[in-house]
Design a protein around this ligand. Structure first.
Ligand code: BG6
Ligand code: MG
Length: 220
């Protein structure tokens, strides 16, 4: 299938534009080892698209700790994560993503980022992507996390487009649900078990062009 009348594409960041999942894994793992709780890559997979605090709560499981201690643990994890982000540059953009962003802009389609991450702007700067992006909604923009549609609605409002005129690109199940809940057209990146509810599922943007998912003459 292909979409019609598209005026904007809103990209999730982690897992769509770049692969930060490994850095999140290493940072959470370091913290988990220090406080003596188990954490592995399977649990890390469940944290795709999930904000920092909810991620910590998933990792803690049945362990009950107070808010102040949660804040302290999140700060420790984030400091580890920020150290990993320092190694990140334009080479860390996933294959095909920058090409799709450039192609969209050349076709007059606006580009936005809709990411749950409070580090989104740092990552965009490290990837040198800022000049290609018209609007950013991040972990500071709204209070209801995905699967609520709020983050994508916030980005669409900044771009001045209706949800029905925008495609959301997501790699997380919660993100695909958020976009569908908001009335967006949705491209899922990854396995169908994870993003199968999206209108179109792609393994990646490698070798993909806009005309593969947008009808010519309707936005192109
Ligand atoms: C999402 C990631 O983009 O951002 C999640 O998929 C992460 O894994 C979330 O937990 C929050 O990130 P940050 O950078 O604010 O801790
Ligand atoms: Mg993601």
């Amino acid at each position: 299938m292909k979409f019609n009348n598209i005026k904007a594409i809103i990209f999730d960041l982690d897992g769509v534009i770049t692969n930060t999942s490994e850095y999140h894994y290493r940072a959470w793992k370091k913290l988990a080892d220090e406080i003596g709780i188990s954490f592995n890559r399977d649990i890390n997979e469940k944290l795709r698209g999930i904000p920092r605090k909810e991620s910590l709560e998933i990792i803690l499981g049945d362990l009950i700790i107070d808010e102040k201690e949660k804040e302290r643990l999140m700060e420790i994890k984030n400091n580890y994560y920020i150290e990993y982000l320092k190694n990140m540059g334009p080479d860390n953009i996933l294959p095909g993503s920058l090409e799709i962003i450039k192609e969209a802009r050349e076709a007059g389609i606006k580009t936005g980022i809709g990411s749950s991450s409070k580090n989104a702007k740092t990552i965009i700067n490290n990837l040198r992507l800022g000049k290609y992006i018209d609007a950013i909604s991040d972990g500071y923009s709204v209070s209801n996390p995905k699967p609520a549609p709020d983050l994508f609605l916030d980005c669409a409002a900044k771009l001045g487009v209706a949800p029905s005129e925008a495609i959301v690109v997501e790699d997380a199940e919660s993100g695909v649900e958020a976009a569908i809940n908001g009335g967006f057209r949705v491209i899922g990146i990854g396995p169908a078990e994870r993003v199968g509810k999206a209108h179109i599922v792609l393994q990646s943007f490698e070798g993909v062009n806009l005309k593969d998912f947008i009808n010519p003459g309707s936005g192109l």
